[in-house]
Each structure stands twice: as C-alpha cells, then as structure tokens.
Write a protein that binds this ligand. Structure first.
Ligand code: MG
Ligand code: ZN
Length: 222
C-alpha cells in the first residue's frame, strides 16, 4: 500500500514539473491554456465548437482533444476551421502533461488560446495539471445538482464552473442554486457561468472572461 502511494506521488510530482514547464513556455508567448474537464457527455466538445465559431475571427486558437479512442472530437473542431490535435490514450482515463508536451511542438507558437479537452471523467483528470492557466469544470443539467460534493476534487481545483445544457433546465429537477451552493462551498473563488451551447445563453460572459484572462497574460501589450 505504502509503496503504491509513493509511486503515485512520484508520478504526480513528475507530471506537475512538466506541467509547470508547459505553463511557463506558453504564457511567455502569450498563449492562454485552458483545460476543460467533465464527465462524458457534459458538452465539452459542443462548447468548444461554439467558442471556435465566436473566437476564431478575432484570435488564433488551437485545440488538443483527449479521448480513449477515435479522432471524432478533433474532426468536429477542424470542421469549424480551427486546428485540432487528437490524443488517444488507448485506455487511460485522463490526460497527463507529458502527452501535451509531445503535441505542443506541432502547435503554432503564435496562438492566443490553447484549449485542452480532457478525457471525459470527473475523477482523476483533477489530479493532473496540464500546464493550464484556467481550469474549467463542466456540470450539465442532466447529471444532477448533487455532483459537486460527490466529486469534490474536480470542483476544488477548478477556476471556473460551467453549468452546461442550461436549455434543459425547465425540463429537469436540477436545482441550479443547490449546484452553485455545493460548488461554492467547496471552492468559494469559483467563477460560475450558466451556459447553453445550443441557444447561446451565457456564452458571451464566458467568452468575456476568457478574453480578459488572455489579456492579463500580457498587461503591457495593447
Ligand atoms: Mg468530447
Ligand atoms: Zn485517470
């Protein structure tokens, strides 16, 4: 048991070191790295499609997709005219910084935003930094308002909570105030956005937040 624990600490320590190198290198170039985490089907890719549509004319963006198998999500992003790289983990249920480090040399250096879509999983992605400045956790209305305290680490380590599929709220017994309160109990500094990628509700304020976070990387510019 103890030996296993030491090995895990070692893996996480190595991962953190690589993540910090990625973060420093990207931020020095003015690239805002955003890590999106959620359970499968919460709408990460759909949100990224909408962000791609709305940001691509003003900013240079790139996307790294993480999945167990298939190139499907990267293809969806490319269909929006945004470059995307697919990492298939072949079974691993989270991305690690070394996987990002391997892809990074092929991503253009002069981008503004690098979005990383993690493998759909509300558990261990929370333990692996990927070099992100902004960590986003999505919770969709069909998943239920009781999830934050059941999967606390995803919420305590995130900077932003996107409550997604807001268009379904009238149909579901999802108590949005409860979800917000649970999340804020765990992490009082969470920024919360209620978003529907389908109707566009809440997208503007989320994008405003991302643009401000990007601008803050280089306060001397502009
Ligand atoms: Mg996806
Ligand atoms: Zn995992």
């Amino acid at each position: 048991m103890k030996k296993q624990l030491y090995i895990l600490q070692d893996i996480l320590g190595t991962n953190r070191k690589i993540a910090q190198e990625i973060k420093a290198a990207c931020e020095e170039k003015g690239v805002l790295v955003v890590n999106l985490m959620s359970s499968p089907g919460a709408g990460k890719t759909t949100l990224l499609e909408k962000l791609a549509e709305r940001l691509k004319n003003r900013y240079k963006i790139a996307v790294i997709e993480g999945d167990i198998e298939t190139e499907r999500d990267a293809e969806r992003i490319r269909a929006k005219g945004v470059p995307a790289w697919q990492i298939t983990t072949g079974g691993a249920c989270h991305l690690e910084a070394k996987m990002i480090a391997r892809v990074l040399p092929s991503v253009e250096a002069d981008i503004d935003f690098l979005f990383i879509e993690n493998v759909g999983n509300l558990v261990c992605p929370a333990s692996y930094e990927l070099g992100e400045r902004v960590r986003v956790v999505l919770l969709s209305s069909p998943e239920g308002d009781d999830k934050p305290k059941k999967y606390p680490k995803a919420f305590t380590t995130a900077d932003v909570l996107v409550l997604s599929k807001a268009d379904l709220l009238p149909l579901l017994p999802f108590d949005i105030d409860r979800a917000k309160k649970e999340a804020l109990d765990l992490n009082p500094s969470l920024r919360i956005f209620v978003v529907s990628a389908l109707t566009g509700e809440g997208l503007d304020s989320f994008i405003e937040f991302l643009v401000a976070a990007h601008a803050a990387l280089r306060p001397a510019d502009a």
